[in-house]
Ligand binder design. Structure first.
Ligand SMILES: [Fe+2]
Length: 208
C-alpha cells in the first residue's frame, strides 16, 4: 500500500512540475518577444532586460527538469508554448507610425499581467505539492515562487516610476544606455555561473 501511495504522490509531483516547465517554455518566448518589441521601439535597455530574463528563465527551466528527473525519476514531454506574441497586438502589424509611448506602456502592463498570472499559478502548485506531502518539490518550487515574486516587484516599481513621470518618452530614452549596460553585466554573470556549474556542479539542486 505504501508503495502505491508513493507512486501516486510522485505522479502528482511530475504533473505539477511539468505544468511549471510548460509555463517556463512560454515565458522564454514571452521575454524574447518583449525584447524584440523594445528593439523595434528603439528602447535597448528594456530589450536587454527581457533578453536577460529569457536567458535566466531558460536556465531555471533546465534546472527544474534536472530536479524533476533526480527527484521523481520521471519527466513529461513539454507541451508547445502558448501564443505569446506581443508585437502584433501592440503595433497593429505596422512597421512604424504607431504610438510609441502607448506601446511602451502596454508592453509594461502586459509584463505585469504575465508575471502576476505566473506567480498565482506557481504559488498554487507549491501549495498542492505541500498538501501532497512532497516537501522537497515544495521547497524547490518555493525558490521559483520567490524569483517570480521579486521579478514582479521590480516590474511594479518600474510601472509606478514610469507613471510618476507620465511615461515621458525622452526621459525613458535617456535611461536606456545605462539599463542596457546593467543587464548586459547580469547576462555575463549568468554565463560565468553556468560555466562554473558545468565544471564544478556548484549550482545543482535548488532554484536560487
Ligand atoms: Fe519573467
Amino acid at each position: 500500500m505504501l508503495s502505491v501511495r508513493f507512486s501516486q504522490g510522485i505522479t502528482m509531483s511530475v504533473d505539477a512540475l511539468a505544468k511549471i516547465s510548460d509555463r517556463y517554455q512560454t515565458a522564454v518566448f514571452f521575454h524574447l518577444e518583449a525584447a524584440a518589441l523594445f528593439r523595434l521601439l528603439a528602447m535597448p535597455g528594456y530589450a536587454v532586460l527581457h533578453e536577460y530574463q529569457a536567458i535566466d528563465e531558460s536556465d531555471t527551466a533546465r534546472r527544474l527538469k534536472a530536479f524533476t528527473i533526480g527527484h521523481c525519476q520521471a519527466v513529461k514531454p513539454d507541451m508547445p508554448p502558448e501564443e505569446s506574441n506581443l508585437i502584433e497586438p501592440l503595433t497593429g502589424g505596422k512597421r512604424g507610425g504607431f504610438d510609441v509611448m502607448e506601446a511602451v506602456k502596454e508592453a509594461w502592463i502586459a509584463y505585469e499581467k504575465w508575471e502576476s498570472d505566473t506567480l498565482a499559478l506557481y504559488s498554487k502548485i507549491a501549495l498542492d505539492l505541500l498538501d501532497s506531502g512532497d516537501v522537497a518539490a515544495y521547497e524547490f518550487v518555493s525558490c521559483i515562487v520567490k524569483d517570480v515574486s521579486s521579478e514582479l516587484a521590480g516590474v511594479r516599481d518600474t510601472i509606478t516610476a514610469l507613471d510618476g513621470i507620465g511615461w515621458d518618452l525622452p526621459t525613458i530614452a535617456q535611461e536606456q544606455k545605462e539599463l542596457a549596460e546593467l543587464y548586459e553585466g547580469k547576462i555575463k554573470k549568468l554565463h560565468k555561473e553556468y560555466k562554473n556549474y558545468h565544471h564544478h556542479n556548484s549550482r545543482g539542486g535548488n532554484a536560487e
